[in-house]
Design a protein around this ligand. Sequence first.
Ligand code: ZN
Length: 173
Amino acid sequence: MTKWDTRFLGLAAYISAWSKDPSSQVGAVITDGNRIISLGYNGFAAGVEDKQERLGDRDCKLNLTIHAEENAMIFAKRDLTGCTVYVTHPPCPRCASKLIQEEVGRIVYIAPSGDFLSRWADDLKLSSEMYREAGVEVTSYAMEEINHDNAQITIAPGGFFKKVMNLFLHSDD
Ligand SMILES: [Zn+2]
């Protein structure tokens, strides 16, 4: 696993926690080489209220939610030809279609859990077929590979990374 793939998947995972969705949190990072072009997480459009009644109603939530990949594409506001998209989950067919149409060159995601796979098997198969037909390169990594050794990040004992992360991560489950 390359250093940059690890770093950007780690960043996507970090960003996923910004989602207010109580059941599904997805983060996405779009890069051009090693340069970050855009970030996104799943949620309602800016200004649209995250009311409990909306988040709690599945159909309503699905209708209002912009997927992480979609948000990242919208905010990129530029040509994404040849870019790489890092996502915490395998993209759904609707996002896969849009990513293909944006002519991204590569999609990288964290391999989903068995539970996720079984729930979304048909959708994921459809996305994979589309990537193959359209010639988009796909890479998936096991979650365990997203670690600080592979990312080659320096976690200095008294450094800001550790101090700030300790403030963010109050539990280690
Ligand atoms: Zn999607």
